[in-house]
Design a protein around this ligand. Structure first.
Ligand SMILES: *[C@@H]1O[C@H](CO)[C@@H](O)[C@H](O)[C@H]1NC(C)=O
Ligand SMILES: *[C@@H]1O[C@H](CO)[C@@H](O)[C@H](O)[C@H]1NC(C)=O
Ligand SMILES: *[C@@H]1O[C@H](CO)[C@@H](O)[C@H](O)[C@H]1NC(C)=O
Ligand SMILES: *[C@@H]1O[C@H](CO)[C@@H](O)[C@H](O)[C@H]1NC(C)=O
Ligand SMILES: *[C@@H]1O[C@H](CO)[C@@H](O)[C@H](O)[C@H]1NC(C)=O
Ligand SMILES: *[C@@H]1O[C@H](CO)[C@@H](O)[C@H](O)[C@H]1NC(C)=O
Length: 294
């Protein structure tokens, strides 16, 4: 091993004592191939990059990615949509030295997040979310939503569908939803895209208020609502009493003291007359009257 290393040093010279950087590639949104070689830090020298899919012509790098004026990656066109099922060949070149590599990019696809995510308050009282994604029949989506900034709730959306429905939302809560996409297995599975931007619906004025608003609410209850309620109760009480008086006043009939009981009432005629004369006044204490006939 040591001999080989020494031989390499002698043959290659001090500039190439180190291994060439490892290259990682990903197919961006089935539109371009992005390769980078700075996984273990910036390279020491500028490399020239070339690549091609199987049976294609060699393609010089179209657009380099740089950091601190060093080339650290390259973006190449992707070409035909089925290209990722073919072998991808790469070369890093420095001076007279060429470092080849090949890779298989089938599952190394990263879609852009869905675009045009919109929400519609349906006439059916449901909340409908729509978005756009490339190749809908190849893509499966996942949504996640949260209500009033609580926990995210994830949910799968079937391949081909670009909408999602939340049943009977409460417009007094705030709904936030995001979508992400990946290629379905039928089209050669890929990893997930990033989450899309959020779309919001509703408002959470009712439930969430900061402490200042909360104490204000308590003050309003104590100093405004409580006296009002108290006055209302007093008024209602008075009104109710009056109603009862009138009610009782109407119900009694002269026959309520049956004639045949009169002889047994051990009361003088004067008192009886007085009683009758004062009947209207006596009618007020209802309870007394009600209990007598029982
Ligand atoms: C650019 O290089 C610097 C060091 O020179 C490194 O700290 C930084 O992470 C690099 N940025 C990227 C995007 O690779
Ligand atoms: C590497 O390439 C970049 C872009 O072509 C160039 O700006 C930079 O000067 C080069 N750096 C070195 C060290 O050759
Ligand atoms: C590269 O190769 C050419 C001949 O093909 C040679 O003249 C030149 O010296 C070599 N350069 C290095 C840095 O090895
Ligand atoms: C977003 O929607 C607008 C019209 O509503 C449309 O013109 C545009 O193409 C859509 N964008 C995408 C990426 O589908
Ligand atoms: C949602 O739609 C329903 C019926 O179409 C309507 O009554 C309600 O006010 C709407 N809510 C919002 C927040 O737009
Ligand atoms: C975006 O999605 C909307 C609703 O699903 C659809 O009507 C529209 O045609 C789509 N646009 C594109 C460019 O796919």
């Amino acid at each position: 091993m040591l001999h080989k290393l020494l031989l390499l040093l002698v043959l290659v010279g001090p500039g190439f004592a180190e291994e060439p950087p490892d290259v990682d590639c990903v197919v961006l949104h089935l539109e371009s191939v992005k390769c980078t070689w700075n996984k273990h830090g910036n390279p020491k020298v500028n490399y020239t990059f070339r690549s091609w899919f199987h049976d294609e012509a060699v393609r010089e790098c179209e657009k380099y990615i740089t950091n601190n004026s060093l080339k650290i990656g390259c973006i190449q066109p992707y070409g035909d949509i089925t290209n990722r099922f073919l072998t991808f060949y790469m070369q890093l070149v420095h001076g007279n030295h060429t470092f080849p590599k090949s890779d298989y990019l089938k599952s190394k696809v990263k879609l852009n997040p869905p675009t045009n995510l919109t929400v519609q308050n349906g006439s059916d009282w449901n909340l409908w979310f729509y978005w756009n994604q490339t190749l809908p029949s190849c893509v499966e989506n996942e949504v996640r939503y949260r209500i009033n900034y609580k926990e995210w709730v994830p949910d799968r959306v079937n391949r081909g569908k670009q909408n999602y429905c939340i049943n009977l939302p409460s417009s007094r809560s705030q709904y936030e939803l995001q979508v992400r996409s990946k290629l379905h297995e039928v089209c050669g599975a890929s990893g997930w895209s990033d989450w899309s931007d959020s779309v919001m619906w509703g408002s959470n004025n009712g439930t969430e208020s900061d402490q200042g608003d909360g104490s204000m609410f308590v003050w309003i209850i104590v100093f405004v609502l409580a006296p009002v309620i108290l006055i209302l109760m007093v008024v209602l009480l008075l009104r109710y009493e009056r109603f009862r008086i009138i009610f009782i006043h109407v119900v009694p009939k002269p026959s309520l003291i049956p004639q045949d009981i009169e002889p047994w009432l051990q009361i003088s005629k004067g008192l009886k007359e007085g009683f009758k004369a004062n009947y209207h006044e006596q009618a007020c204490p209802v309870r007394e009257y009600r209990q007598v006939p029982q």
